[in-house]
Design a protein around this ligand. Structure first.
Ligand code: 5RP
Length: 224
């Protein structure tokens, strides 16, 4: 199976976590896009969705799925999204698609985080994938120095030769070479740096379930 077929398989499997008559939190990225396409097939069973990016909101609306403002939503049963890396304990690196801040916010309002990922995303230790950190533009140099002091090698993410701007008008630093032994502690530490909006470590509130696409089928990992 190709990586896209694995992503499609987990997107399909995630539909069983969608609760009828409720609102679904929807992530960002290629796996989340497959999920949105699957969600479209059962759109009459849900009230609507809260999107974690402008791109996902546009795709949802394109399928005729109502997109709600998070401020109108007190709680939702599930948030369904991909990941760049996930451990066997459910800690993740996210933000490869630059949507980490809204992803963390929407996930925080959901009771369960259902991670959908192809098998290549399961790792023993986080950090092979450069850790995305969203920062206030005026602070990217000062935050970079602090991240370098933690042992990483931060690089400003560019698009067409210019700093990439997120949906929130902020920048992304991708931090290479971090040895992430304790994801929760590092998440707390990076969140304390002045100018950091969000770090792409999802460890303090990690996944509840991971649906992992493998050649043998969809594996389900459940976390306490
Ligand atoms: C976007 C994300 C994505 O979930 C992550 O990058 C995985 O993407 P894909 O499903 O395309 O492999 O965190 O900010």
């Amino acid at each position: 199976m190709t990586q896209d077929e694995l992503k499609q398989a987990v997107a399909r499997a995630a539909i069983e976590y969608v609760v009828a008559g409720e609102i679904v939190g929807v992530g960002t990225g290629s796996t989340a896009n497959f999920f949105i396409d699957e969600l479209a097939k059962i759109k009459d069973r849900i009230i609507g969705a809260v999107a974690s990016s402008d791109a996902s909101a546009a795709r949802l609306r394109g399928h005729g799925i109502a997109v709600l403002d998070l401020n109108q939503v007190e709680s939702m049963p599930v948030y369904i999204d991909g990941a760049d890396e996930i451990t066997a304990q459910g800690a993740m690196i996210k933000g490869g698609g630059a949507a980490l801040t809204r992803e963390k916010i929407v996930a925080s309002v959901a009771r369960k985080f259902i991670c959908i990922a192809d098998g290549s995303k399961l790792v023993e230790r986080l950090g092979q994938f450069p850790l995305p950190v969203e920062v206030i533009p005026m602070a990217h140099a000062s935050v970079s120095r602090k991240l370098a002091a933690l042992g990483g090698e931060p690089r400003l993410r560019l698009k067409d030769g210019q700093p990439l701007l997120t949906d929130n008008g902020c920048c992304i630093l991708d931090v290479f070479g971090l040895q992430i032994e304790d994801p929760q502690a590092l998440e707390r530490e990076i969140n304390q740096i002045a100018g950091v909006v969000t770090v792409g470590l999802f460890a303090q509130q990690g996944a509840t379930v991971c649906l992992l696409g493998t050649a043998e089928g969809v594996r389900r990992l459940e976390f306490a």
